[in-house]
Design a protein around this ligand. Structure first.
Ligand code: MSP
Length: 541
């Protein structure tokens, strides 16, 4: 019998509400997910990356109504005009896109509900209490904060800073309270289940206070998945939405191939979420899976918020910036690089145009792009654009190769703990060291020394000039591999100008580990200068 193939690395983003178009806060989650999954692909792992849209619930219904269209029409419009196109804008390589209004999702959700009902996990009761439509969440009185400004004297949602609504409805309830002990045991036995540590502590603290049963149906509107045994009720939107992670990969399907996909992909390795939706993923979702007897995901990782003026960027507070506002000027690579590099993943961060321009010019244009153009230009000038044969190595060459090996090891470890910013920091040690190497070896000076060039001024094989340019080219080859997950367009352009496509095959096929050692690109490979990878931007523009 052959070996079982390794389980694919399955990562998800939250599914996005379609009440509005994406802003850079949403793009942040998606880009992080894309960088991590592309990194795993570069390791030559089998990967599955799921994203999609959350289309039911009161919030979407109200927006549609306010715009005079049916919620389905509204969702279709937003998905086609905004949510799918933004993936292209961000250069995202997802494997699937799930919409909660798709039949594959709705029918599987009903199967899940029926199963829980049959297992005695659901009962009928009545709910009375605060509800935030912005969060689509039943709140506890203790969750609310004092309002300010126009809401002075009222209790408001701490995230939306708006008053909550009081609900009093007959509902179906999920026996979530029964799972508190099992959840606490899960957090204890699997510290990796909720990360980072701050998120884990928050969740443990929350569950330790005791859990209430969860109201999982609404009967005052009908935009949702009908409860299979009582069509007067639609399913609570979060119960519906969380299930996308299994319905998208075949849960509840009657098709054999789709069910085989569930066995292959589930449980997910990572659910990436913003910290505002941590409890849903780290408390409600595992309790749902426990109740259904399904395996639990390995990890829920909560990242921080993009802040504007110290508050969460949001469309409802009119602080949302569309991704294309930035990408039109800087390009998708720079967008991806900026947010992944500058914000410690897990913490909050902010965006400013000044900082973006400064980092673009300093790190991408001068640091990385200029390294590539200088090296390619010198190979052009001294070796007619053909990679020479290197001569004897000195300590400078072994040192630079050691930097590459350390960068790979550090970046790999950082990606495994989802410290994306540290992974980029590690890669940048190679950018900086390669620039320093050029400064120290001074190829343009070496070229003037006897024996380094022939009578026509062309560099000779085996000399120090050849060694330094070959070594710098090898550093660039490593960087193309390491930056491919983060800045895919520039990495591909670099790969092509290094002639590596023809010499070594597609960039996709180069394992991350191949970036750790030099001496790979064969002598004779044609190297072209190409266009600047990151043209400098005018700082005053
Ligand atoms: N529909 C739910 C998720 C259901 S998942 C089963 C939802 N949607 S959302 O569109 O409001 O948010 C989706 C993601 O965008 C969340 O991870 C959220 O944290 C992220 N962000 C929205 N605004 C953000 C910032 N200002 N900063 C960083 N991420 C933010 O919640």
């Amino acid at each position: 019998m052959g070996r079982m193939p390794a389980k694919p690395f399955y990562l998800t983003t939250p599914i996005y509400y379609v009440n509005d178009a994406p802003h850079i806060g949403h793009a942040y989650t998606t880009v992080a997910a894309d960088v991590v999954t592309r990194w795993h692909r570069q390791r030559q792992e089998d990967v599955w990356f799921l994203t999609g849209t959350d289309e039911h619930g009161e919030k979407v219904l109200r927006t549609a109504t306010a715009n005079g269209v049916s919620p389905q029409e509204w969702a279709d419009r937003l998905v086609e005009s905004a949510w799918k196109p933004v993936l292209e804008t961000l250069d995202v390589r997802n494997d699937d896109f799930i919409r909660t209004t798709e039949p594959r999702h709705e029918s599987a959700v009903q199967a899940f509900l029926q199963d829980l009902h049959d297992k005695g996990e659901i009962y009928q009761g009545s709910y009375e209490g605060p509800y935030c439509v912005g969060c689509e969440e039943y709140k506890l009185p203790g969750d609310l904060v004092d309002g300010t400004g126009e809401f002075e004297g009222q209790k408001v949602c701490p995230i939306h800073l708006k008053p909550v609504e009081m609900l009093a409805e007959q509902n179906y309830f999920f026996r979530m309270s029964a799972y508190a002990d099992r959840l606490l045991a899960l957090y204890e036995e699997h510290p990796e289940f909720v990360q980072p540590a701050s998120a884990r502590n928050e969740v443990i603290g929350f569950v330790k206070q005791g859990l209430q049963d969860l109201s999982i149906s609404r009967s005052t509107f009908d935009w949702g998945v009908p409860i299979p045994w009582d069509s007067q009720h639609v399913l609570y939107v979060w119960f519906d939405a969380l299930l996308n992670y299994v319905t998208a990969v075949g849960y509840g399907s009657s098709d054999d191939a789709e069910r085989a996909q569930l066995d292959r992909l589930w449980p997910a390795n990572v659910h990436l979420v913003g910290k505002d939706i941590l409890r849903f993923h780290a408390v409600i979702w595992p309790a749902m899976l426990m109740a259904a007897g399904l395996p639990l995901p390995h990890q829920v990782f909560a990242h921080g918020w993009l802040l504007v003026g110290g508050e969460k960027m949001s469309k409802s507070r009119l602080t949302g910036i569309a991704p294309s506002d930035i990408i039109d000027t800087f390009g998708s690579d720079a967008f991806r690089y900026y947010f992944m590099r500058t914000i410690a993943f897990g913490g909050d961060g902010s965006f400013s145009w000044e900082d973006m321009v400064a980092r673009y010019n300093g790190e991408l244009a001068n640091g990385f792009g200029n390294l590539a153009s200088r090296v390619a230009a010198m190979v052009g000038k001294y070796f007619g654009g053909v990679l020479p044969t290197a001569g004897a190595r000195t300590g400078l060459e072994t040192d630079l190769e050691a930097v590459a090996a350390t960068a790979v090891a550090d970046a790999e470890a950082a990606i495994d703990r989802l410290a994306i910013h540290d992974a980029l920091g590690a890669v940048w040690t190679l950018v900086d060291a390669a620039n320093l190497y050029i400064t120290e070896t001074q190829p343009w000076k070496v070229a003037k020394e006897p024996g380094e060039t022939d009578a026509s001024g062309a560099g000779v094989d085996g000399g120090r000039l050849a060694t330094s340019l070959v070594t710098a080219v090898e550093a660039l080859r490593s960087l193309a591999v390491l930056l491919h997950p983060v800045t895919p367009k520039a990495a591909q352009a670099l790969w092509e100008l290094l002639g590596a496509d023809a010499a070594l095959g597609a960039l996709d096929a180069q394992p991350v580990s191949s970036a750790a050692s030099f001496g790979v690109l064969p002598a004779g490979t044609p190297i072209t200068k190409g266009a600047a990878l990151f043209p400098r931007l005018d700082e005053t523009a």
